[in-house]
Design a protein. Structure first.
Length: 166
């Protein structure tokens, strides 16, 4: 009498595993995600932690889940398209569960010029900013700091901008 229950339990586990895998594929179809992001989504959907872990392991083995690839894509897109600096990107990646080692590796492999990204962000937000108006310079500096650019890069970009305006 126990046998049918075991096979039913086994069948339910397999069904849950298939459902978790399908849900993961759906989540990954929108954009690449980190392991932590996908884990949180599956757990919120009500899947058991063991089922989620097995699903994540399977997706990693198949190459659908790769935190380094996620970090490199995130850095490239957020720095070039959104105009964010390294400091802000580090915070975002840490919040998505990416280890410090993988974050540094992603930055090391990406050939993104942070000064150029700061120039583009400044030009987009303040196209009219020229010369040395102190208040405008402070506002521009604060804007770029909030976007995650280091002070030395910001000062360099602002000096270039002032030289063009004079």
């Amino acid at each position: 009498m126990d046998r049918p229950r075991r096979s039913t339990a086994s069948a339910n586990r397999a069904k849950n595993q298939d459902q978790a895998r399908e849900a993961a594929y759906r989540f990954l179809s929108f954009r690449v995600r980190s392991r932590q992001e996908l884990s949180e989504k599956l757990l919120r959907k009500g899947f058991e932690p063991q089922t989620v872990e097995r699903t994540l392991e399977q997706l990693t083995r198949l190459g659908y889940l790769d935190d380094l690839r996620f970090a490199k894509d995130w850095v490239r897109s957020r720095m070039t398209r959104k105009g964010y600096g390294r400091e802000l990107l580090r915070q975002e990646l840490r919040a998505k569960g990416i280890s410090s080692e993988l974050i540094e590796e992603a930055f090391g492999q990406e050939e993104v010029d942070e000064a150029e990204a700061a120039r583009r962000a400044l030009e987009k937000r303040f196209p009219e900013l020229r010369g040395g108006a102190t208040r405008a310079r402070q506002i521009a500096f604060q804007y770029l700091r909030r976007r995650g650019f280091p002070s030395d890069v910001i000062l360099s970009v602002l000096k270039e901008r002032e030289a063009l305006g004079s």
